[in-house]
Design a binder for this molecule. Structure first.
Ligand SMILES: C[S@@+](CC[C@H](N)C(=O)[O-])C[C@H]1O[C@@H](n2cnc3c(N)ncnc32)[C@H](O)[C@@H]1O
Length: 234
């Protein structure tokens, strides 16, 4: 009976007739399938669920990586995904455990920043002068992403490309340069950086976060665009 899944309030719509999530998904899948006509040879795809950091993907086996990982400290993804997760069989009580495993989770902090390139350490130090706790959360996010990008690097075939889409984050008024930081960390891991390119977001088609009225919150202001980091492996 929710108005929709992304908007939290006003929430309940009394006269809404709930649709079957599975039927709606099947319709959307059929539409996508027909739009993908020329690539029929790979349909149905092989889908494997998991966290890249713990998955057994053979080395030098992947032709292309396209990923939209969590933003630093931007969105409560468990809340955003709650309905889908429950429909797909995750018991509600497990969601708290899942939350603690998410990249960008608010439950872990990292203050040992030696693993990061100098410029990234400078940003973390600048943030820690304003808010030590936030700097610990950002350190943990960057460390989790470093681990994920290292595994992506292993999995990628030489000569192939990884595209990472990520937004900027402002913490305590400081632009923490997430895309630039991830690009620097990636280079440390061995990737060649091909470029970081801005992509505008269509505000009317975006699902998250919710927008009510005309007033822009902090998160709204900084989410009009995102950056695409293009990396290759030699
Ligand atoms: C920026 S969103 C991208 C959403 C995606 N493009 C989509 O259309 O569903 C980042 C996603 O990463 C997921 N995520 C966070 N931590 C993760 C982890 N450790 N393993 C796998 N996915 C994770 C979040 O739940 C969220 O859906």
């Amino acid at each position: 009976m929710a108005r929709d899944l992304a908007h939290s309030r006003p929430h309940r719509v009394a006269d809404k007739v709930p649709k079957s999530a599975i039927d709606s998904f099947a319709k959307r899948l059929a539409k996508l399938h027909s739009a993908l006509g020329p690539v029929d040879a790979v349909f149905p795809p092989w889908i494997q669920q998991g966290d890249i950091r713990w998955m057994a993907i053979p080395e030098n086996s992947v032709d292309l990586i396209v990923t939209s990982p969590p933003y630093a400290n931007a969105i409560d993804y468990v809340r955003a995904n709650k309905f889908s997760l429950v429909w797909m069989g995750n018991p509600l009580r497990d969601l708290a455990v899942l939350r603690s495993q998410y990249i960008g989770t608010e439950t872990h902090k990292l203050f040992d920043w030696d693993i990061f390139p100098a410029h990234v350490q400078e940003i973390l130090h600048a943030l820690s002068l304003k808010d030590r706790n936030k700097a610990g959360l950002l350190g943990q996010y960057l460390s989790d992403m470093r681990q994920a990008m290292a595994r992506m690097y292993q999995a990628l075939k030489p000569g192939k490309c990884a595209l990472i889409v990520v937004g900027t984050s402002t913490m305590r008024g400081l632009d923490v340069e997430t895309p630039q930081s991830l690009a620097l960390i990636a280079q440390d891991l061995g990737y060649q950086l091909q470029g970081v390119v801005e992509r505008s977001l269509d505000r009317n088609r975006r699902m998250m976060p919710a927008r009510w009225g005309n007033k822009q919150t902090g998160i709204e202001q900084r989410m009009d665009s995102e950056q695409v980091i293009a990396l290759t492996k030699d």
